[in-house]
Ligand binder design. Structure first.
Ligand code: ATP
Length: 260
């Protein structure tokens, strides 16, 4: 039996264009194991969000399939959560009530629901802002509330579309570490769309490098080092260079030659 949680097979997707249909994704194929973190890295418009939406069941493919625990994904399911780029907070609800939103249909008492929501608000460093409304929070804080809401659901599969993009470096690093801890504890499977090469290396077990026209996986890079990783280590620089080379962004200077 396969040990994959997600199986993506020969996935293709097009959208109506101005003259003909625009082929956005072509023949995407890979599997994801339980507890793995996969980053999808690529330039703007290469189809990363479309791929994530297909995995989450928010879009349907033209060809191919996505299976989650052996079942075809045809619509968004209870065991996966998508954290979108835009925060999607309800302006008339406090931070706490926004976090509770995702767990309102679970069989929890009012007290337990509040406790769980506060736990995750605390995790993103906002326990003291629980009663604030979104308009009284900064953009970064709003995104942290959205992250807390997604985590509170304690999903099996967490789909994240540039979740830390709007945060300053310190908050980004802090939440990346929190994600690593949660992921390790709960064995959550994570698929992360990002533009950020360092974020992909820091968090992932494998990085899918995508190229566009039509969107396809150009290279799969296994990040073979223990977590948490040291961003200044030689290993880290090695992977950074490898990925930069995939995007032809690495320095074109010839290597230094040592003559003895
Ligand atoms: N619902 C839609 N209808 C029509 N075209 C779409 C739709 N969604 C995405 N596209 C097109 O598909 C292509 C890929 O978009 P997608 O958002 O998946 O890229 P991306 O790599 O996530 O980009 P970014 O990094 O800028 O968010 C783009 O050309 C976009 O215009």
């Amino acid at each position: 039996m396969s040990d994959s949680v997600i199986e993506i097979k020969e996935l293709s997707k097009s959208y109506p264009g101005s003259e003909k249909r625009e082929q956005v994704l072509e023949n995407i194929q890979f599997n994801i194991k339980k507890g793995e973190t996969i980053s999808i890295l690529g330039q703007s418009g290469c189809g990363k969000s479309t791929l994530l939406n297909l995995i989450g069941g928010f879009e349907t493919p033209d060809k191919g399939s996505v299976n989650f625990n052996g079942e075809p994904v045809t619509e968004p399911g209870r065991k996966s959560v998508m954290l979108f780029q835009h925060y999607g907070l309800l302006p008339w609800r406090s931070a706490l009530k926004n976090v509770e939103l995702g767990i309102e249909d679970l069989p929890l008492s009012t007290g337990d629901r509040k406790k769980r929501a506060l736990h995750y608000l605390d995790m993103v460093g906002l326990a003291d802002k629980a009663d604030r409304f979104p308009r009284h929070l900064s953009g970064g804080m709003q995104q942290r509330v959205a992250i807390a809401r997604a985590l509170a659901i304690e999903p099996e599969l967490l789909l994240m579309d540039e979740p830390f993009g709007a945060l300053d470096t310190f908050n980004r690093y802090y939440l990346q570490d929190e994600l690593l801890k949660i992921q390790k504890e709960a064995k959550t499977t994570v698929v992360l769309v990002t533009h950020d090469i360092d974020e992909a290396i820091y968090l992932s077990d494998r990085v899918m490098v995508m190229r566009s026209n039509p969107g396809h996986i150009q290279k799969e890079i296994k990040i073979d080092s223990y977590k948490p990783r040291d961003r200044s280590s030689d290993d880290f620089q090695y992977y950074r260079k490898m990925i930069l080379e995939e995007f032809q962004l690495a320095s074109s200077k010839p290597p230094i030659e040592y003559n003895i």
